[in-house]
Design a protein around this ligand. Structure first.
Ligand code: PMM
Length: 386
């Protein structure tokens, strides 16, 4: 896949749904659910059937305070799952901060490296540059073990923009093609609830980079606080999916490129509802040509879109597919894909929240309204969400 034929990241498409499969015993959101690779693969395939455009496979919890697993164990967890999903034609992302794991996962068919460390490992950056895969650069301030202490901001938006901008420069200097990079504000990573809400409200500040935005709010603890009971007890992570649909709808309306979620079907539904809200219900086939993403989501759609027909099929349009002119927009985020020189003016909480565990669309034809670290050695457990 050449850096220039980039349908995957093209602006103007329906917001992508990234389904999360954590092959871990201790992730806050789904820890222990998919430890058996067979269950993990089944879950990934089901998510694709439900409308996921890609599946993010992780083998190490980012929950604040989580202990690190050794690389060999991380590989043991993720590689069979990545390989099997990729062989089934699913577009697979690997959620890792380790170059060895990323390299093996790419060999096994992953097309995206989701790096929640904030791009601080030169070897990982070199690997991504060399292999030409997509790269998620997420804002983070250090390892999960102590990210809570780093959740101190004067102006969270300005600081996240500045820090992410600095990392983006480093990523590009390391040789990663800019048009392969997706940005992520890192909801919950070294951020308290108030920081998360402020960032979500001002996502447009990130659009200035001209890159697609991925946002992960799913089941994170800041949602639990909003939903606290009358005694102030936070809603548990397994009861935050409804709230996640609310954030998904808001993010889709804001025009983000993608949302990272655990419950795929409601998220995919929310995205389609937002499209209909802005553009009317244009139906599955019409939607496919309008948003460039192939047939509608859902079982039949997922199969039609290439699952089982080779790598990269799930939800992904074939190279050269008509772009559809981005008419599914309605986004509040300005267009991504602008050169960095042209960034000015356009602009776009890992369930991990400090103190607890831890795109954009083409504006055409309607004008874009204005919207809008990770794990390291020594992390552990299943306490709370990022
Ligand atoms: N959050 C988590 C893990 N990986 N990756 C990206 N790009 N963005 C996120 O917000 C993010 C992530 C933590 O959530 P999990 O434990 O449910 O995977």
């Amino acid at each position: 896949m050449s850096p220039t034929s980039d349908e995957f990241l093209r602006a103007g498409q329906l917001t992508k749904v990234m389904g999360v499969v954590n092959v871990t015993p201790d992730s806050f959101s789904d820890g222990g659910t998919f430890l058996d690779p067979v269950d993990a693969v089944r879950a990934g395939l089901r998510m694709v059937d439900e409308g996921a455009d890609l599946i993010d496979v992780g083998g190490e919890s980012t929950r604040p305070g989580a202990s690190r697993v050794v690389a060999s164990e991380e590989m043991r967890r993720v590689l069979p799952v990545v390989a099997e999903l990729a062989a089934a034609g699913v577009r697979v992302s690997v959620d890792t901060t380790r170059v060895s794991v990323a390299a093996a996962a790419v060999d096994a068919g992953a097309v995206l490296v989701n790096d929640v460390s904030g791009g601080h490992d030169p070897d990982l950056l070199a690997l991504v540059a060399d292999r030409g895969v997509y790269y998620v650069l997420m804002h983070a301030r250090g390892p999960s073990i102590d990210m809570a202490h780093r959740a101190v901001y004067g102006d969270v938006v300005a600081e996240v923009v500045a820090e992410l901008g600095e990392r983006l420069e480093a990523v590009i200097a390391a040789g990663i093609a800019e048009d392969r990079v997706i940005l992520d504000p890192g909801i919950g990573f070294a951020k308290k609830a108030e920081h998360n809400w402020t960032l979500l409200r001002q996502l447009d500040a990130l659009a200035r980079f001209g890159r697609p935005l991925l946002v992960g709010t799913s089941r994170k603890s800041f949602l639990g606080s909003v939903l606290a009971d009358s005694r102030g007890a936070s809603r548990t992570s397994d009861e935050r999916d409804d709230a996640t649909q609310a954030t998904t709808a808001m993010l889709a309306a804001a025009g983000v490129w993608g949302v990272r979620v655990h419950a795929v079907r409601p998220a995919a539904d929310a995205v389609r509802v937002v499209r209909a809200w802005h553009h009317g219900d244009i139906g599955s086939d019409a939607a496919a040509s309008a948003d460039g993403s192939g047939p509608a989501r859902g079982s039949a759609g997922a199969r039609e879109r290439g699952v089982g027909r080779g790598r990269g099929g799930a939800g992904m349009p074939a190279p050269g597919t008509s772009a559809g002119a981005g008419s599914a927009s309605g986004s509040r985020l300005p267009r991504h894909g602008a050169s960095r020189a042209g960034r000015a003016g356009t602009v776009g909480d890992n369930g991990v929240e400090a103190g607890q565990p831890a795109a954009d669309r083409s504006a055409s034809p309607s004008p874009a309204p204005a919207v809008g670290p990770g794990r390291t050695p020594g992390q552990a457990g299943n306490q709370e969400t990022p």
